[in-house]
Every structure is written in C-alpha cells, then in structure tokens.
Design a binder for this molecule. Structure first.
Ligand code: PMP
Length: 423
C-alpha cells in the first residue's frame, strides 16, 4: 500500500496521499457535476476558477509581486530551455531597435522613414553580431543542457558560459566556484554592454548541487533599466521549498513533477514588461500569453498543482513557503547527518558548501559496484524505493521533495545506520 512504500524518486515524485485520493474522484466526477477534470473545457467557469485559485495560492506562497505574471504551460523544464531564448532574445533586440531608432532620428531629423529603417537595420545587425550575449552559469547537467539548447537555437558565438563548474573540480560537477572566478559579460557600469540575460539552475537535480543564496554579482537586476541583468532561473527541483525574492528575477520556471504536482504542467513566473505585448506587433511568433490559455491547458494537472499549493497555504498559513522551508531543511539535515556519521561507508558527492536540500547524492563504499548493489537491494527489502542515482552519474540519490513525509525520511535514516553498522 502507499503507507508501506517510501519513495525517493527524483521526479515524478510522491504527492500528498490526500491530493492523490481527491484527484482520483476529481478525474471521474468533479464536484458531482457528472464530468471529470480531464473532460471539461479549459475555458469553462470551473476551469477558470481552478486557474485563478492556483495563481492566487502560488502568488501568496511566494509573495509574488504584482508586476509578475504566472503562466501555466506544457513542455516541461526542457521546453523552457528553448522558450527563454526564444522570448528574451527578441526582447533584447526590440530594446536595441528602439534605442537605435531614437539615435538615428536624433542624428538625422529630416530623414525619410525608409532611410531611418535602413540605418536602424544596419546598426541592429552589427549590434546583434557583436554584442548579443547570453550568460550561462553551468553548475550541473540541467544548466549544461539549457546552455546547449541556447547554442543550438542561436549559435554558440552568442552563448557565454560564464561558469563551467566542472573545470575547477576535475571535470565533474559538485561545486560552485567563487563568484569572482565567473566571467559574466560586463555590464555598462563595468565598461561593457551587458548580456541579454544570465541563466542559472537553482538546484541541479542530477548532481545534487543547490545555490545556497542568490548570487551577489547578479544583484544589480532591475537597477538600471538601460543595462539591467535579466536573471533567469530554473527551479524545477526546488520550487516552493524555500523563500525566494521573486523581484530579483526576470523569469523563474519549473516543471510540476517534483514539488508541485503531476507532470504535464510547467510554471513560469515572468516579469510583465518582458511578455510580448499584444500591441507590440502582430507577429505570429509572439502571441500574448492569454492567462495561460494560449493552448489547451491540462486542467486536471493544474488542479493537482493547485491543491498542493492550497494545502501548503492551509498548513503553513502566515509562514507561507518559509514553513515548508523549515520542514525541508530538517529532513535534509537528518539524511546528511546519517551519511556524515559514517564517512567510511557513505561519501556525499557535492561539496558541503553546495549540498542540495532536495536531491541528496552519495556513493556507498567509494562507489564500489557490489556494495552499491547491496545497498539498493537492502533498501528495496524495506520498501525504500527510487534511491538509485541518475544513470549519467551513478551512485545513490535520495530525493527529499516537499511531499516526502518525515516518517519516510526517518525510515531511510534508520536504514542508513543499520546498513553502515553492518559493514
Ligand atoms: N530542469 C531541472 C532542474 C530538472 O530536474 C529537470 C527534470 N528532471 C528538467 C529541467 C527537465 O524537465 P522536463 O523533463 O520537465 O523537461
């Protein structure tokens, strides 16, 4: 039964049993309306209420400022790797175009519009060629993938890998080198032209590396409208697990399937001035987001995510996400505590300064294959499941997402101790 199994998979991940059970009913006959949530129109009043409630709860949980839009979408975290490039590069180009137009008109007030357009076009081409840069902080496999997608879409010439954390760590992820070693594109204040955005992954699911705080060198965001650093963060695997100052970001995104719900929903929190304006142009490439109804939104999946958020609000009320943060930290400390107690048997993979609270990656007996198999087999016997690390890195990974109950963490801790003492 669900009560007997402790699941530590990295995503899809466990959901609160109460939500899953209510979801089973909602899938068949929602609110006794004779239809399930997979069957109703995404434009119906019922769907509209589910959408607005989910937005209101997320907004309350994370204290999202009014100048941000919450978008529910599909295509997962990976879809956002492309979407941020496809949407923010045009924002950069449009800003440069407007600036060029002002300058050209000032320099040649009597020029015909066609001439202005031509001069603006020439300048824009030059600026794109020489100055368009996207900064990526590569601290694990997901930010690496995102940077590769940016290179695929617009060319590696325009992608500045400002940090490749493997370089300082013998070719492996597991640290976040000091900020003064990063090579971010210099901003105007620093004598440069700035980048279109800086991208990082707040929690690297495969490598167990989490930023412990917002990077200091990105703090200038929004301070100089001409030359701001737009910050984009992938929070797929630590969404709503700690307090976030949303105002520091241009875009925060994440797939639902770890901390929020079932897969099929991606959340993007986007600063409103970066969204395509319905008036800006009528290009079919930049549709306005239409309150998340640009395409058919999976209302059942949205409802699940909404329930999880509503339950967190109900549980932690005034504390909001900070309440969940305390719980997450406590559970992570229990697991790391048990691992650190037996350094001969367990070796945590990432550096102590960047340990993820969500994905706890470790080796057994220095990565000895027989011992690791033995560890997994023993865990399975106790119905502790999903502990195998990502296939690209091997080892163990205990994912400590929001819906993993404390009791299950305690069962894991007991097993870690029993296995270690039997060695
Ligand atoms: N980013 C992170 C941090 C992830 O953990 C994942 C999925 N594990 C992704 C992006 C990709 O998400 P999706 O599979 O939804 O595209």
């Amino acid at each position: 039964s669900r009560q007997e199994v402790s699941y530590f998979g990295a995503g899809p991940a466990p959901l609160p049993t109460s939500v899953v059970e209510a979801g089973a009913n909602a899938f068949v006959n929602f609110n006794d309306a004779g239809l399930g949530l997979g069957e109703i129109s995404h434009r119906s009043p019922t769907a509209n209420k589910i959408l607005n409630d989910a937005k209101a709860n997320l907004s309350a949980l994370l204290d999202i400022p009014d100048n941000y839009e919450i978008l529910f979408m599909q295509a997962g975290g990976s879809g956002e790797f492309s979407a941020v490039v496809q949407n923010l590069v045009p924002v950069w180009i449009e800003r440069r175009r407007r600036r060029a137009e002002v300058d050209v008109k000032k320099a040649q007030p009597d020029a015909e519009q066609a001439e202005v357009d031509e001069l603006v076009f020439q300048r824009l081409q030059k600026e794109i060629d020489e100055e368009l840069k996207l900064d990526y902080l590569v601290t694990g496999s997901w930010s690496l993938k995102a940077s590769q997608e940016a290179s695929r879409l617009i060319g590696s010439k325009y992608v500045n890998v400002a940090l490749d954390a493997r370089k300082a760590n013998g070719g492996k992820f597991g640290t976040i080198p000091a900020e003064d070693s990063w090579s971010l594109t210099p901003t105007k204040k620093e004598g440069g032209k700035g980048s279109a955005f800086v991208y990082f992954c707040d929690n690297e699911t495969v490598d167990g590396v989490e930023f412990q705080q917002f990077p200091k060198s990105l703090e200038a965001q929004g301070q100089d409208a001409e030359d701001e650093r737009l910050v984009v963060a992938d929070m797929s695997s630590n969404f709503i697990s700690r307090k976030v100052d949303v105002s520091k970001y241009a875009v925060i995104f994440g797939g639902a399937q770890k901390n929020i719900g079932v897969t099929g929903i991606t959340i993007a929190i986007v600063r409103k001035d970066l969204l395509p304006s319905p008036h800006r142009d009528s290009s079919p490439c930049s549709p306005p987001p239409n309150n998340s109804l640009y395409n058919t939104l999976p209302i059942f999946n949205l409802w699940i995510a909404g329930q999880v958020m509503a339950d967190l609000m109900a549980e932690f009320s005034a504390q909001k996400v900070s309440g969940q943060e305390e719980v997450a930290n406590k559970k992570a400390q229990l697991i790391y505590g048990a691992l650190d107690k037996f350094p001969q048997v367990y070796q945590v993979v990432p550096d102590a300064s960047v340990r993820s609270r969500m994905n706890i990656c470790f080796r057994v007996s220095g990565g000895d294959d027989t011992k690791e198999k033995e560890f997994i087999a023993g865990a399975e016997k106790r119905l502790l499941q999903g502990l195998k690390g990502h296939r690209s890195v091997g080892g163990m990974r205990a994912s400590n997402y929001n819906a993993v109950p404390l009791e299950n963490v305690q069962k894991l801790v007991q097993y870690l101790e029993d296995f270690a003492t039997a060695q």
